[in-house]
Design a protein around this ligand. Structure first.
Ligand code: DGJ
Length: 741
């Protein structure tokens, strides 16, 4: 069992393969204190002194007249509100009398093998041999609010999953106004903070900055995890790099409003909190009702950022993504969005499909515009009936013709939305999220559906099921193209309006769950105007998420680098598109675009009928490369060798197969620079005493591996480096295949 309770010391010890996490109960008061999180401890003797309970004046029993000097510096496991700890609180309520304070003390605990589900929420999973769970029940003796703190330690991954359940045993209604899912109080040491920022078409860029006094963090109030800020925060020791130094990571398995914040207190101590954003949040709890807060995935790496990335990748591939597609090669798809936008008919789509089939592409995805009067983005969301003027004979006819060409078929939906110009809005204007008498803010000329309401979810799903049952549809792209504003629901009373944003997220989760129950083999890809809802919550439902609407190979280097900091490559939707690129106008070599997309799910987003013959000739080689390498890319271990986001010059990363026998090295020189020699890149993850054949892969010739290659030892490749000849010209990608010989 990876969790023990030491009765005499009143300490809980949680262990993962390389980390330990210690928390203890203060004997006199019953407070839960945080003792340690870091490298795995061989012996925990004497750990209790870390709570500093001998040090006057900080101990209440020694200095009760100045109790706040204890409350404001004690390393709380889950901080209280309004009773003397002036750092960030974890929980806040409003009682019927209007009071907000909560002060939690230990009541009991339970340690059990395995890990339960979180009602209505995505969560990591593992069987009894893979994970152990500790649940500590605390109470606030005055309000009789109970809080269950849950910790699941994984046996084979350095991750502790934390979540919180609040139960109202007060005998009367109260309002939960803040509930963080995790709190981490750390010693006063120097750290940098790492977060991911972005915007539409520029998602998940990394930002590292020193953690100063006060509060630093990221959040979203957009009703989705967002393009702008990511539900992730990490603390890095000053020397932390890809390979060395300490990293504490917190990643939130939730797809709505969030807060991720680090704070340095007056004494230099650090508190990190993560949870649903308390702004605009309030949840009414009737007596005996409970509230389940989503899960935070906590990791510690003593091997720098690379160690953190690999822990999250392993966790997500083994304990979060449930899809039957997880370990399967995904069909190489072609999506018609950048090829046609709204301007298509059956003939155009079939021509794309015919040409695609000849080239080895395996699935056609029909994007936005196939339903209602959707000739542009101003109308018809909510009217999910096939537009027969575009697709005569309906979906059944089109899909059979596409299937007859040997291609699978997939389709786009945006289920959580409603256009003001739609039949649905005419019939149910009150189904849009809005505040009475206030004209809702339009974004892309659409409103958001109140999917927290069961009747709304049922109606939309029913329409979707009719479409999906009408033809052989094997893939769905689930899009969401605007944030939530004007938060108001016609279905909720005044004292429950603060629940809308969370109910929206729960409603979306429930809809995706129902969709997958109805179509268990469906390949679901989430999307939100590109990568605006790329988060662990959505990964629980879909094994892949569209990374960004920016398909430019150079922009994608930074976007995919930031995404791969946390997510396995097999989850990143990535396609080859045309040049000049539709978002930035840049032209890059076809082979570079293919190489960048190969590091994701791989597919095409262009009109194949308009490609030059030379380009068309390259596609079969790119497809051969996908078939040759994708098992390794999907299942292998990821190492980052150079950061384009940092050096603004070149990008390099590696995927290594089991046992270090094979590896792919992806290198891109972004801009050509004069007067430089070849580069020597230190590789990772290989075996020192093994000789490797290093072969440059041809992505534009018939045979992938014509290069005679060089034989070099793992020792040389990792310590001295692998030579990459200086490419000629801008945006030059190079792919290398290494195999044991
Ligand atoms: C945003 C997505 O990211 C695009 O790929 C495309 O599906 C459009 N929406 C369609 O409206």
């Amino acid at each position: 069992m990876s969790i023990q309770y030491l009765e005499k010391e009143r300490i809980f010890c949680l262990h993962t393969p390389n980390t330990s996490y210690l928390l203890g109960i203060v004997a006199q008061e019953g407070f839960l204190g945080h003792l340690y999180y870091g490298k795995r401890l061989l012996d925990v003797s004497g750990a209790q002194y870390l709570l500093r309970l001998e040090e006057s004046p900080f101990v209440p029993e020694k200095n009760d007249r100045d109790r706040s000097s204890f409350m404001d510096c004690f390393p709380f496991e889950y901080s209280s509100h309004g009773v003397g700890d002036f750092r960030e609180s974890c929980i806040k309520i409003r009682t019927a009398k209007g009071h907000a304070a909560v002060n939690l003390v230990y009541v009991s605990h339970e340690i059990k093998k395995g890990k339960g589900k979180l009602a209505g929420l995505p969560a990591t999973f593992g069987n009894e041999g893979e994970v152990t769970t500790l649940v500590i029940t605390c109470t606030d003796p005055v309000t009789k609010l109970n809080v269950e703190l849950s910790y699941s330690a994984f046996e084979n991954v350095d991750v502790i999953a934390r979540s919180v359940k609040v139960i109202n045993t007060s005998g009367e209604a109260l309002w939960l106004e803040k509930v963080m899912s995790a709190c981490l109080d750390l010693e006063a040491r120097e750290y940098d903070v790492l977060t991911l920022h972005g915007s539409w078409a520029r998602e998940r860029h990394m930002e590292r900055r020193p953690l100063g006094y006060g509060k630093t963090g990221v959040s979203s109030l957009r009703g989705e995890s967002s393009h702008q800020e990511h539900p992730f925060i990490a603390l890095l020791s000053k020397n932390a790099s890809q390979t060395e130094g300490e990293v504490y990571g917190l990643h939130f398995a939730y797809s709505g409003n969030f807060l991720a914040q680090a704070q340095r207190s007056q004494f230099g101590q650090i508190r990190v909190v993560m949870g649903i954003s308390p702004e605009e949040f309030s949840w009414k709890l009737e007596s005996c009702e409970s509230f389940q807060a989503p899960e935070v995935l906590l990791t510690y790496s003593a091997k720098g950022l690379g160690g953190m990335s690999r822990s999250y990748h392993d966790l997500y591939r083994n304990h979060l993504i449930r899809s039957p597609w997880l370990h399967k090669k995904r069909p190489i798809l072609i999506n018609n969005w950048e090829a046609t936008y709204f301007d298509f008919n059956a003939e155009k789509i079939l021509n794309i499909a015919k040409e695609s089939a000849k080239l080895g592409i395996e699935m056609l995805v029909l994007d936005d515009g196939w339903f209602g009067n959707r000739f542009d983005d101003n109308r018809s969301l909510g009217d999910w009936q096939v537009n027969e003027s575009k697709l005569p004979g309906g979906l059944g006819k089109l899909v059979s013709e596409i299937n007859a060409l040997g291609l699978k078929f997939g389709i786009w939906f945006e289920p959580e939305m409603i256009s003001p110009e739609s039949k649905l809005f005419e019939e149910h204007p009150d189904w849009a999220i809005q505040i009475p008498a206030r004209r809702p803010c339009r974004a892309r000329n659409q409103y958001v559906l109140d999917v927290g309401r069961k009747e709304v979810r049922d109606y939309i799903l029913k329409q979707m099921f009719v479409v999906l049952h009408s033809a052989n549809v094997e893939y769905v792209k689930w899009d969401m193209n605007r944030p939530l504003t004007d938060i108001g629901s016609a279905a909720l009373p005044a004292d429950r309006q603060g629940e809308i944003s969370h109910r929206f997220v729960l409603g979306t989760y429930e809809m995706q769950e129902c969709l997958l129950q109805e179509f268990p083999n469906l390949l679901l890809e989430n999307c939100s105007g590109g990568g605006g809802r790329f988060d662990p919550g959505m990964l629980y439902y879909s094994p892949q998420i569209w990374c960004s609407d920016d398909t430019d190979a150079v922009e994608r280097l930074a976007i995919q680098e930031g995404t791969a900091l946390l997510y396995p490559l097999c989850s990143m939707g990535a396609h080859v598109s045309v040049c000049p690129n539709h978002t930035v106008g840049r032209s890059t070599p076809f082979a570079t675009r293919a190489m960048v997309a190969l590091a994701g799910t791989f597919g095409y987003e262009l009109d194949v009928t308009k490609l030059s013959d030379a380009e068309k000739e390259e596609i079969p080689s790119q497809i051969r490369a996908y078939h040759a390498f994708h098992d390794l890319i999907r299942e292998g271990t990821y190492y980052r060798n150079a950061s384009y986001q940092e050096n603004h010059d070149y990008d390099c990363f590696q995927v290594v197969g089991k046992g270090g026998k094979r590896s792919l090295v992806f290198f891109t020189q972004v801009l050509a620079t004069p007067n430089e020699h070849s580069r020597c890149i230190r590789l990772q993850g290989l075996r020192e005493n093994v000789k490797y054949k290093v072969i440059q892969v041809n992505l534009n010739k018939k045979e992938l591996l014509t290069d005679a290659g060089k034989v070099v030892s793992g020792s040389i490749l990792m310590n001295a480096g692998m030579i990459v000849e200086r490419p000629w010209g801008d945006f030059q990608g190079r792919l290398y295949w290494l195999e044991e010989c």
